[in-house]
Every structure is written in C-alpha cells, then in structure tokens.
Design a protein around this ligand. Structure first.
Ligand SMILES: [Zn+2]
Ligand SMILES: [Zn+2]
Length: 409
C-alpha cells in the first residue's frame, strides 16, 4: 500500500469517526445526557441488519417524551438503514435522508439522518405538565396558573386562592406582605370550589392534576366543616420509584391491611411534602371492614349491594393526601373508572403495575373470639374487571390514586 493510499484511508476513517461523533451527540440530546463531548462509548452506533436497525430506532423514539422535532443518525455497516419501523410502531411523523456513503477497511457505510416528531393523543396521553403562565396570588387577591402538557398540548388552569393577611407575632404588621394596621374590611378574595375545578400538585417527582368531584365534602368527624374533595386524574403506578434502566423498585400496599401502618400511606406522606399547601387535614381513621366483591363488569353502575359491612371500632388517623375509603368509593362511583374525561376510560391507566388502585378499607376477618383481625386483603378498584374487590396487600400490580380536600371558605 502506497503512502497516497494510506492518506486516503486515514481520511476515510476520520470521516467515519466524525459521523459516529455526530450520531453520539444527537443521541445524547434525545436522552438528555450532558456528556455529549465525551466520545467514549461508540459501540452500538453502527447497525448491521434489520433487527439492530429497529432496536436502535425503538431505543431512541421511546425516549422522546415531548411533541417537538428530534433528529438522530443511523450508520449502516454493509446495510442500508431504514426508518420504516417508526411508522409501523409509533404515532409519529418522520423523514429520512441519506447523508453520506463510503467504503473504509473493506466495509461499506451508509449514513442516514432521521427527523421525528411524536404525536400524543390527549385522551390516552400520560400528561407531562409544566407551568406556562403564572399570576401570583397575594394576601388579598386570587391568582392563577396555566399548565400545558408537553406531549399533547392539553391545558389546565388552576386557581390560586388569596392567602389572607397573617400576623403570627402580633406586631400589627402582616408577615407576608408587610401591610400595617389593615382593617377588618380588608378581606381576601373568596374562592368557592366547584365540581370540575382543577388543582395541580407535585407527588412522587411528577406534577399531577386533580379534579374536584364534590364541592360539599366532609369527613365523618366534622360534618359542619365544608370542604371540596379533589381526586387525582390518574393512577400512580407501583413501579413509580424505578429509575429508567435501573433495578425495579415496586411498592405494595403493605405487610397487612391496616392503612395506618401501610407502605402506601408512608409513600404518600413522604412524596407530598412540597405539595401540601392549602390541603385540609382529613380524618381518615377506619371504622369499618367489608366482605364480598361488587359485580364484575358493572364499572360506574356498581351498586355495592353485594358488600357486607362490619364495624371494627375507632381508629385515630389524619391525612392531607389519602386513598379513598370503600364508602367514599361507592359515593363517588361515577368517577372511579373515569380519568380526565367525561366517560369511563379505565384502559387509559391499565399497565402491569396499575391493574387497579388501592382503597384504604380492609377486608373483614375475625379470630376465634369473633374479634376483627388485620389480614392480607385490602379493597381496591379493579380497572380491568370493573368492580370493587379485595386484593392481596403484597400485590405489585395495583397503584395509588390519591385524593385531598381544600377548605370552602
Ligand atoms: Zn398530555
Ligand atoms: Zn398581607
């Protein structure tokens, strides 16, 4: 091999390295990695057959979580890359352009650039909310926040109630706004919550929307206090704590069917610390247990007549974010299989880790003296079979659909 040929071969090798670098950078952008400059792991950038080609496409397209255009490269080695599988497996628009082709070290390389934009349907979208607009509330004035889903572009408007002046140290100066000697007539603007109102809260690292399903809610201990009940618009899956590409981390209800000491309750408490603003403490103590299941397939027509109720005594417990009781589930049956929609659409939530969601009411079981004992059966809303039934407390296939209450002032 002559010196001239050597130079040509060296240039071609460099050309391949440049394409690999560009493919690597595009991939880092899609995955949100910051180390795009480090050209360490170049393995897996070239594809030699259809199955490697399709695996690389799936890996990249499934990592796209928004509705913007993205681009990436396929480097075929003795193989012509193709983007067809995007159209077959995804709801997406795409284009492909052959950018370059050359031979080096006895192999032929074909470089294809793919541009892709995913479509998200607002009825099936697992929304990813971010704040778009913000009018701050203060002591006297209400505010509002507009959230937009980055995937399907759906919009939610949240009202932010005026906070009222606050003077904890009694110095006649408002601790919040610095106002001096405000008069009693200076009352904060009122917010009356109505059914259908929306609130967004961060739970488990994600912003979730909640819809008001009862504007006249009270817990059984405080029948005179008026509050509004908000129910989450989706089911938090049991694998919520599993980081992408990491070992599975799955929650179950707990070691038995006592909600007070359950893993689910501890998880809700731990994951709602920065979203507890304005939430009313609600008495969530369990006084009753049940036996039986409601008829499969009835969904929101569930009557509850099949269930037998037993009193199990008093329990003291308060929560701001909680699972519904079986009594509440029956009272709000029309909302149990409905998610961000006017109709029953449980299929929008079903996955291996959310076949249903837990309630906080235990199944009734007694010992030989006729006394209630905690056991391994907790009631849940079955999304697949459309009924209320006991499920095992160590089930890893049920998720959580939290609720909270806001004060009606
Ligand atoms: Zn969406
Ligand atoms: Zn103030």
């Amino acid at each position: 091999m002559g010196a001239e040929e050597d130079t040509v071969m060296l240039a071609l090798r460099k050309r391949l390295e440049r394409w690999k670098q560009r493919a690597w950078e595009a991939e880092c952008t899609i995955f949100g990695r910051e180390d795009a400059a480090v050209s360490g792991s170049h393995t897996g950038l070239t594809v030699q057959n259809q199955s490697e080609n399709d695996a690389r496409i799936r890996n990249l397209v499934s990592a796209i979580g928004d509705a913007a255009w993205h681009e990436f490269y396929l480097i075929g080695q003795d193989f012509t890359p193709s983007a067809k599988t995007i159209g077959v497996e995804y709801d997406a628009v795409y284009s492909e352009v052959e950018e370059d082709s050359f031979s080096v070290d006895g192999k032929e390389y074909i470089i294809t650039r793919i541009r892709v934009r995913r479509n998200w349907d607002d009825r099936t979208c697992t929304h990813q909310w971010s704040q778009w607009e913000w009018e701050e509330n203060d002591c006297l004035k209400n505010g509002r926040a507009v959230y937009v889903c980055g995937r399907c572009q759906k919009e939610k408007i949240e009202r932010l109630p005026a906070l009222g002046h606050l003077d904890e140290n009694g110095d006649q100066i408002c601790d919040r706004c610095g106002s001096v000697d405000w008069s009693e007539s200076e009352m904060p603007e009122k917010v009356i919550w109505k059914e259908g109102d929306v609130q967004l809260r961060e739970v488990g690292g994600e912003i979730l929307s909640f819809t008001c399903i009862d504007d006249d809610y009270h817990d059984w201990q405080n029948e005179h206090r008026k509050a509004a009940l908000f129910l989450c618009d989706r089911v938090i899956r049991a694998d919520v704590d599993t980081a992408p590409g990491k070992k599975m981390n799955i929650f179950s209800f707990g070691k038995d069917n006592n909600y007070k000491t359950s893993q689910v309750r501890a998880w809700l408490q731990k994951n709602s610390q920065n979203s507890s603003f304005c939430l009313e403490p609600i008495h969530t103590g369990i006084q009753t247990a049940y036996m039986g299941s409601t008829a499969a397939g009835a969904f929101s027509q569930t009557s509850g007549r099949e269930l037998a109720r037993q009193d199990i005594g008093f329990q003291l417990m308060n929560d701001q974010l909680f699972c519904l009781s079986l009594e509440e589930a029956l009272a709000y049956r029309e909302y149990l299989w409905r998610f961000d929609s006017g109709d029953d659409n449980p299929q929008s939530q079903v996955s291996a880790y959310s076949q249903g969601y837990y309630l906080r009411t235990p199944f009734y079981l007694q010992d030989e003296n006729g006394k209630f004992i905690y056991n391994q059966q907790i009631y849940g809303v079955d999304l697949v079979n459309g009924c209320l039934r006991p499920v095992r407390t160590d089930s890893e296939t049920y998720g959580v659909r939290p609720a909270f209450a806001l004060s009606q002032m």
